[in-house]
Design a protein around this ligand. Structure first.
Ligand code: FE
Length: 139
């Protein structure tokens, strides 16, 4: 991963073979990023998508093995218990141009992955909400 900072924006290039969520976590630690907005494009494989069932409050996961275009990666960085918390959703398209999307659990970059991280000058923590079953922002 390489990055360049311009005012409150980081331009990030995640390299082939690197895992996206883990790399964004490393960037957050290295650059002391507390709160930010994330957007990106690229290509990835071994993409683990999550679907949160709001009734059972459980995630179902599926893995897309081959290389896919990342047609959209959107998310945010906040903190939970003081540690970086990366929350991203992704839409990817395969060779047949069909799209799949969901909560991004993990994905390995297979080509390029270009991310823009926009810093938000606030510190936002998350806490688990039993009613929803998710770690919600405390605003
Ligand atoms: Fe999610």
């Amino acid at each position: 991963m390489t990055h360049k900072k311009s005012k409150n924006i980081y331009i990030v290039s995640i390299e082939k073979g690197e895992e996206i969520i883990e790399t964004l976590k490393e960037l957050s630690v290295a650059e002391s990023i507390k709160t930010a907005s994330i957007s990106g494009i690229g290509a990835a494989e071994k993409i683990i998508l999550g679907y949160f069932d709001t009734i059972t409050k459980e995630y179902t996961e599926t893995t897309l093995e081959g290389s896919h275009e990342i047609t959209n990666l959107t998310g945010n960085i906040t903190r939970k218990d003081g540690d970086p918390y990366i929350h991203c959703h992704i839409t990817v398209a395969g060779k047949d141009f069909a799209s799949h999307g969901g909560h991004l659990s993990s994905a390995i970059v297979s080509g390029a992955c270009e991310i823009v991280v926009q810093i938000v000058d606030e510190e936002i923590e998350r806490e688990f909400n039993e009613d929803v079953g998710l770690n919600m922002m405390r605003l």
